[in-house]
Ligand binder design. Sequence first.
Ligand code: FEO
Ligand code: CA
Ligand code: CA
Ligand code: CA
Length: 649
Amino acid sequence: MSSSNETDLSFDEFDEVINPRSEETDFDRIVEASVNRRGFLGGTLAFGSFAMLNSTFLAGEAMAAGDRFAFSAIAANSEDTVTVPDGYTADVLVRWGDPLWSDATEFDGATRGNAASQARAFGDNIDGMDVFMDGDKTLLVVNNEYTNRSIIWGNKTVPEVKDADGTVTRKAYRDTDDDDVAKGKAAHGISIVEIAPKNGKWSIVKDSAYNRRITPDTELELSGPAAGHDLLKTQADPTGTRTLGTWNNCGNGKTPWGTYLTCEENFNGYFSSTEDVQDQKPVDLPPEFVRYGISDKDWGYGWARIDERFDISKHPNEPNRAGYVVEIDPRDPNSTPKKRTALGRFKHENAECVVNRDGRIVIYMGDDERGEFIYRFVSDGVYAPGAETDSLLDNGTLSVARFHDNGAGEWIELTPETTGMASQAEICVHARVAGSKVKATTMDRPEWIAANPNADEIYCALTNNKNRGIKPNKGGDLTPVGGPNPREANKYGQIVRWKPNGGDHTAPGFAWDLFVLAGNPTVHQDERAGSGNLNADNMFNSPDGLKFDSNGLLWVQTDGNYSNEGDFAGQGNNQMLAGDPVTGEIRRFLVGPKQCEVTGLTWSADRRAMFIGIQHPGERGDSHWPDGGDSVPRSAVITVTRKDGGLVG
Ligand code: FEO
Ligand code: CA
Ligand code: CA
Ligand code: CA
């Protein structure tokens, strides 16, 4: 059975394929094992039975499909370079701090720039990205998720903070000044830059009319059910409809009408309080703030020092205006980005957009925190090329996923009726609370979600979860071992996938299984060895970025432990692999430099260049990538091409 025929199955037939009752399959066993931890961990199962786990989702003949990889796998390594297979080349396209305009200042490795130079330069810590065409112009839109203090302020002295026993517990950048803080702020957001091939290599086009930085200070509109609600009103914006900026932009999405969706993830880490709210006035920190991790201390960015908006004691509604999916039109440099509140407020990873068969827009989204949920938005209206699209992401139904141990799943709508909450606006602003009220399944940190272009099938990376089976999420929801989260204190992560019933992405039900359980078969013989499609040559940990290419290969990027020791021995630096959804085969394609995360992936329109994000090389001080010598490590977008000029996806 080919994958395209597979999509023609009725749900009952499909259910028969994934849950054959005539004999017990390995998939049945893992599900059963997940339900009964004693069986799972007690040695009654040979963990070799994880072998072929992935195959049960598909008919047996599919396993005979030929090799669809156009490259030979590479070995893991711990080098301070980008490694790609024979026949491929990796070049740096653009780095943190590279000016986007010719009158802007070149990056200075000694100072690492200042607020003024950074405002006109490419941002830091590259994450989600996509390419857009406007006529023959190629626009690259890239998220700049955050900054690492040790790098961006690495020219500043770092006093040690010691415990009573003299051990250094953390470092502080006490001599940073307001300009340093402003530089960090300006390195956040989105970089839009025209790119073009020049002398056989892609490079940025300085001074292009499309070039634009969207930062935490850019004016944005709030739209959808929560816009104008009291929870979103501030002194500066009594209407609750206009806000400044976007930050901690993690993964992304792309709509069929050519807009970019940028996803606000750890937005909470930027708020603090000049009053010690938590200690002195505990009642002032509402339970919703606790659920979203908003407190009197930020994560070291210091923004409240230069921008009062980030002081929650002065502006308690400001955090309610972040944590959304933001829609940007990259072709119009004067357009105002819109925060689409209908898609819910949580720690958004990415926003995978699917046009359902009936034309409705379906967006799948993960909330990346231990024990948080997977969401789905279905538009009320249908998409028609050329017709109005502005309301599609404002009016629709937000649901949350519940996974059952038997391989079935359901979407629970988040409405005042199902949640008991007062209004759709409150449901959107406090989506996590709404998800808890309908008993959504607590997941092992949902990262990117990707739709298979060849099948009605969605994949989600569950990166890891040290709290699985150990402690509840921040809302108090239990995190039992089971279903798609089958391992206690999950160190390695897994990729879950599901098929909507009847091939209808708006259907209330779906069927799920696991594509891969990451692990280390050279160190462990139990469930930590991972699934059968993992071996000493392709093992990895902490899947994060996911994207399908036009051929239907699934690209997997990792953000995990790069110690290459102990549980992670032999896995090397963070990397990018490709998986065949039909056969389950996985091959390593790229290894990043030291202490980086590989995240963000897109292709040129001719599919002869692949653009990949290398985030925070040297985040712990041990990298000089990409410029070598004793240079400052710089997050960068790289271009990967074939030496024969062939297609790369
Ligand atoms: Fe920005 Fe969940 O990664
Ligand atoms: Ca991520
Ligand atoms: Ca991650
Ligand atoms: Ca990262």
